[in-house]
Design a protein around this ligand. Structure first.
Ligand SMILES: Nc1nc2c(c(=O)[nH]1)N[C@H]1C(S)=C(S)[C@@H](COP(=O)(O)O)O[C@H]1N2
Ligand SMILES: [Mo]
Length: 542
């Protein structure tokens, strides 16, 4: 490698651009080299994945709520975009720093690589070996940055010498002798472009190879679910109202909300999947996929909802789950009487704390699920195995990609969201939602001369006994409730409104089977679920 020349006294814009580009190419090469190493070390060792996941875990809960709010469930694409922009900026800065105060640019790369090492090493289940890709990437990036900046200095110097020759001034001495500016420029651009192209092609190729190592999607395709020993009761016709725009009683899988902290969907091979039940138990248990599918499985329709769901929000769904009762597994291991919690853990390190009493209650259909609406769990809903517990928000119960359950005590262990300010226990609150008409819309009465006001109401496990609507702050009017197969699901409701022309405000509130009337007080989702009445404005044209 030619010795980098001293930068010429004049620093033209071209030179700065070349330096910034050198930084960016070096960082792209960092990622590419690391991806190549990750083929051999394992997908979990990729700094791209490791750093992204660490950012998600370290982000304050408020920032996460903001991301979900801003980008909906596409928050991960947004996170990737933000990370990309930030990385390009830092890379350009490293290039500029290497040009004006070498070795500062290399120091920035070393710090970046060190942070990647830290992020990857502190992931759940990481080993020392997992830092190799970040180290390899760091070395490649440093060598390339030095080579590129050296080339760009030679180009600068060749330009400066040409100008000096024209002026008759002093020439910059560079060994080996400088060639014409055009030749030095081509040497720089050649290295930069070949480096960038090679990094992009090799990096993307390596990523594809790593991702294909466990192709959970094709493993899932090959699965044929066993028949349930206990089938869910048939959905009565009366569970579905004939009203356009009301949420279907059973949520189609494609429309089922998705919330988790996983940056890339965990790829779990069922044949190597295991569930370990440990902690305060008489006989710890390890369950394999083959063990699980051989058990007498049950089907249950259960409504799952997210603590982050705002009043009127759509982070809730109702699905048919196939799985094995968690209570039966706990009976097999024999939980100690001093325990009061089960800490479930996912392959990606997420944890949830579920009251032991809920999981052992004979009247609560908490299941270790492998099927959703008649198919294997979709990858993003926890393939191959997850938990679903009626009546509790997902973050304290519905661990996806679950691999262990530790019988323990609330006093001894803290789950993922509890360390971030959410409540350790979180039963789902009584809520109701107006699905139709859409707020702000204009409607005309249909057949029968009425406008159907309709939606869903829920308090899984407790059950909903009544729903009322109120127009323009008037008296509460009782809506018709659709059927449900059990108290563990939501219910549709409808009020056929003899609507007078004009602008109106419509509110809804539910009453639960334990007599509680849904509270009017607006409470935000953190730390244990939103409260308040859903409300729309609608204009009626007659
Ligand atoms: N492994 C893992 N499981 C998880 C989560 C997570 O972040 N990681 N999020 C929980 C939360 S907050 C909710 S609301 C439900 C959502 O399940 P779904 O995406 O299938 O709707 O999953 C739960 N299980
Ligand atoms: Mo959630």
């Amino acid at each position: 490698m030619p010795d980098p020349a001293t930068p010429p006294a004049d620093r033209p814009r071209q030179g700065r651009l070349a330096a910034a580009a050198s930084g960016v190419v070096s960082v792209v090469a960092f990622l590419a080299a690391a991806e190549v190493a990750a083929i051999f070390v394992g997908a979990q060792s990729s700094p791209l994945v490791g750093v992204g996941s660490a950012v998600i875990d370290l982000a304050p809960p408020g920032a996460k709520t903001l991301m979900v709010g801003l980008f909906g469930t596409g928050d991960k694409a947004a996170l990737f975009a933000l990370m990309g922009i930030l990385m390009v900026a830092i890379a350009a800065l490293a290039g500029l720093a290497e040009r004006s105060r070498a070795p500062l640019g290399r120091v920035i790369l070393i710090v970046g690589a060190a942070l990647a090492v830290l992020a990857v090493r502190t992931r759940a289940d990481a080993s020392d070996f997992d830092v190799v890709p970040s180290v390899v990437g760091g070395i490649v990036a440093i060598l390339l940055l030095r080579a590129l900046i050296g080339r760009s200095f030679r180009w600068d110097a060749a330009r400066a010498n040409q100008a000096a020759e024209e002026r008759g001034g002093d020439l910059v001495e560079v060994a080996p002798p400088l060639r014409a500016p055009g030749v030095e420029r081509r040497a720089f651009l050649g290295l930069a472009l070949v480096g960038a192209a090679a990094a992009v092609v090799v990096g993307a190729g390596a990523r594809v190879i790593t991702a294909a190592q466990v192709n959970a999607a094709s493993l899932r395709q090959a699965i044929r679910l066993p028949k349930a020993k206990v089938t869910a009761p048939a959905v009565p016709a009366g569970a579905s109202l004939d009203v356009d725009g009301v949420s279907p009683y059973v949520t189609p899988t494609a429309d089922f909300y998705r919330i988790d902290t996983a940056l890339s969907v965990p790829q779990v091979d069922p044949s190597s999947w295991k569930l370990e039940i440990t902690g305060l138990v008489d006989k710890p248990l390890t369950l394999t996929w083959d063990d699980l599918v051989a058990l007498p499985l049950e089907e249950h329709l259960l409504t799952l909802s997210c603590v982050s769901n705002e009043v009127g929000g759509d982070l809730i769904g109702n699905a048919l789950w196939l799985g094995y009762p968690i209570r039966s597994l706990l009976a097999r291991v024999g939980a100690d009487s001093s325990a009061d919690m089960v800490l479930s853990r996912s392959v990606d390190g997420f944890t949830a704390s579920t009251p032991l009493s809920v999981l052992t209650d004979p009247g609560t259909e908490a299941i270790l699920a492998i099927g959703m609406n008649g198919e294997p769990l979709p990858l993003e809903h926890g393939f191959p195995v997850r938990m679903v517990v009626p009546g509790l928000y997902g973050y304290v119960s519905a661990t996806k990609w679950v691999t262990s359950m530790k019988v323990t005590r609330f006093a001894d262990e803290t789950a993922y969201w509890t360390t971030r300010g959410y409540s350790a226990k979180a039963p789902v609150k009584l809520e109701s939602r107006i699905d139709t008409p859409a707020s702000g819309s204009t409607v005309s009465p249909g057949s029968g001369g009425t406008v159907p006001l309709a939606g869903v109401a829920w308090q899984p496990h407790t059950g909903v006994s009544a729903v009322h609507v109120r127009i323009d702050g008037g008296p509460w009017l009782e809506a018709d409730l659709a059927d449900s197969v059990s108290d563990d699901t939501w219910r549709q409701w409808v009020y056929r409104w003899d609507a007078p022309a004009g602008e109106h405000r419509v509110q809804v509130r539910a009453t639960s089977k334990d007599g509680t009337v849904q509270s009017s007080k607006n409470v935000s989702p953190a730390p244990n679920g939103a409260e308040g009445w859903d409300e729309i404005t609608v204009s009626v044209k007659r």
